[in-house]
Design a protein around this ligand. Structure first.
Ligand code: MLT
Length: 281
């Protein structure tokens, strides 16, 4: 399915900010953190890390409440805001002894990356926004999220997987990559409903990051799948125009999840960005 032979990331646990983080670490070089979206985990980037680890220290955490990252108290909060994830990430960078890093956030990971910029701008080398948006939820969308958060305890994540997978993937992924579709479905199914609910409530109350985009002073790039119907290419290019010097790249044969649907193109674009960053420094 595209795993690189001989490559393996080391999964390391860190306790900080009230969370036992599970983090995949591989490679050496420019530190880059990949933040997954909702309701996924760090395996979103399993096909990408091997393509970058020759030049980057690739850091891929499970966000708190997802995958194998647990709240240290054993209790998952009812609501976990994008600010909370961002502050946790700053503590995680301390644990990893990285003063600064490139942050790449996909969708919900992008909402967190925006908060990270707003709260910890001095910790950034660069920003990669992937299939995300700077605007908050509409009232209706926020209500739907709260409903989802209330119902996922009873239903588990099966209805989420059923509803979301067809909208997440491009038609070409659905038609030609049954193994990826299955991989994605299984990723959603194994998430803890309480972590999913906490994140959904956190996304529902996020504020508008648009006014802050013009203040981004590190190199930035906006990427998006050509067939993403959740954060369509127009949304990504509009975001890019609000950020000084930000390039917008559309990823072919991909919907909302380029790291899974077209990992080679995604990794090549990130690589290019890192090369330019290193030349610039
Ligand atoms: C994601 O992929 O993280 C979600 O589409 C974000 C959202 O529901 O707004």
């Amino acid at each position: 399915m595209g795993f690189v032979e001989g490559f393996s990331a080391e999964m390391v646990k860190f306790r900080c900010n009230g969370v036992d983080w599970a983090v995949d670490l591989s490679g050496r070089g420019t530190p880059i953190v990949f933040l997954h979206g909702f309701p996924f985990d760090r395996t979103m980037y399993s096909f990408v890390a091997p393509l970058l680890s020759d030049k980057c220290r690739v850091i891929v955490p499970d966000l708190p409440g997802f995958g194998e990252s647990r709240f240290s108290s054993g209790e998952i909060p009812d609501q976990f805001r994008m600010e909370d994830y961002a502050d946790g990430l700053a503590s995680l960078l301390d644990e990893l002894e990285e003063a600064k890093a490139v942050i790449c956030g996909l969708s919900m990971g992008g909402y967190i990356a925006m908060q990270f910029f707003r709260r910890h701008p001095d910790r950034l080398l660069g920003l990669i926004f992937c299939d995300t948006r700077s605007t908050p939820d509409t009232e209706d969308a926020a209500e739907r999220r709260k409903h989802l958060a209330d119902s996922v305890y009873q239903t588990g994540t099966l209805p989420l997987a059923e509803q979301m997978v067809p909208n997440l993937c491009s038609p070409s992924t659905i038609a030609n990559k049954a193994d990826i579709v299955l991989y994605l479905r299984e990723m959603i199914l194994r998430q803890d409903p309480s972590g999913v609910a906490a994140a959904a409530r956190g996304m529902a109350v996020r504020d508008d990051s648009t006014p802050y985009l013009s203040g981004i002073s590190v190199p930035a790039i906006a990427l998006g799948g050509n067939d993403d119907c959740i954060s369509p290419p127009e949304v990504m290019s509009e975001m890019a125009t609000s950020i000084n010097g930000c390039e917008s790249v559309t990823i072919p044969e991909s919907g909302h999840l380029p790291p899974l649907e077209n990992p080679r193109f995604f990794a090549a674009t990130v690589r290019n960005f890192i090369d330019r960053l290193c030349v610039g420094n």
